[in-house]
Design a protein around this ligand. Structure first.
Ligand SMILES: C[S@@+](CC[C@H](N)C(=O)[O-])C[C@H]1O[C@@H](n2cnc3c(N)ncnc32)[C@H](O)[C@@H]1O
Length: 215
């Protein structure tokens, strides 16, 4: 089964309870949104935007920004489209179907780069997550930022907890990326930027990203 069909299968029913359930364990999303701080009139792209929950929160936190979201799953995008309209943000949020590992931002959104690009709990579901990281960096405008939040390696939590959590996540095709922080460092070097990353909640989650050098 290809990855797009797999994601549509995973979320065909889950999407109806997704926002209500994930708020208890996709930790760190609201901190990322609060820190985004796009320039006035700036542009924001979420890669793997799911139900649109984050984009709507970004829209409320940063009312002058124009928002874009891409996701591989049409099932998730159907929920996102309905939520965006319900939130009254249809004129500010543009959604499109695409694969994080290689999409044409200009074709989908009419622009190649964005002031802020973020990926929230999606790299752990993307098999070639390093390709998705590289693609995300290509979408960051000079002087802009890439921000990531995802499951961490549980390094300061009991080993039994880590085993149980990773086993449970695996059933949903989620694999926390042990190499994420190192990959962000390498990417920053490759694109000419400054990387930063830190563990959240004793390693339950990880925040990372890079600031791209000005042109
Ligand atoms: C756990 S959800 C996270 C959704 C949202 N970012 C959030 O924080 O609530 C992962 C999302 O990544 C999407 N996804 C998985 N693989 C993808 C890919 N290769 N390209 C784009 N989106 C992908 C899934 O369809 C799903 O909507």
């Amino acid at each position: 089964m290809d990855h797009r069909s797999l994601m549509d299968g995973v979320y065909r029913w889950q999407r109806h309870i997704y926002d209500a359930t994930r708020k208890y364990y996709l930790l760190g999303r609201d901190g990322l949104i609060a820190d985004l701080d796009p320039p006035t009139g700036g542009t924001v792209l979420e890669i793997g935007c799911g139900t649109g929950r984050n984009l709507i929160a970004v829209g409320k936190a940063w009312p002058a920004a124009t928002l874009h979201g891409v996701d591989i799953s049409e099932a998730m995008l159907a929920t996102a489209r309905a939520s965006v309209v319900k939130a009254g943000m249809g004129d500010r949020i543009t959604l499109a179907q695409g694969d994080a590992c290689g999409f044409d931002a200009r074709a989908l959104f009419g622009r190649a780069t964005f002031d802020r690009v973020f990926i929230s709990y999606a790299l752990s579901m993307i098999p070639d997550w390093e390709a998705a990281l590289r693609q995300a960096a290509r979408c960051v405008a000079p002087g802009g930022r890439l921000e990531i939040v995802d499951f961490g390696q549980q390094e300061r939590l009991p080993a039994l907890w880590k085993r149980a959590l990773f086993g449970w996540l695996g059933a949903f095709h989620v694999a926390p990326r042990a190499g994420l922080r190192a990959a962000v460092e390498r990417l920053a070097q490759d694109v000419g930027g400054v990387a930063q990353s830190r563990a959240l909640y004793r390693g339950y989650a990880v925040r990372g990203g890079l600031i791209r050098a000005e042109a």
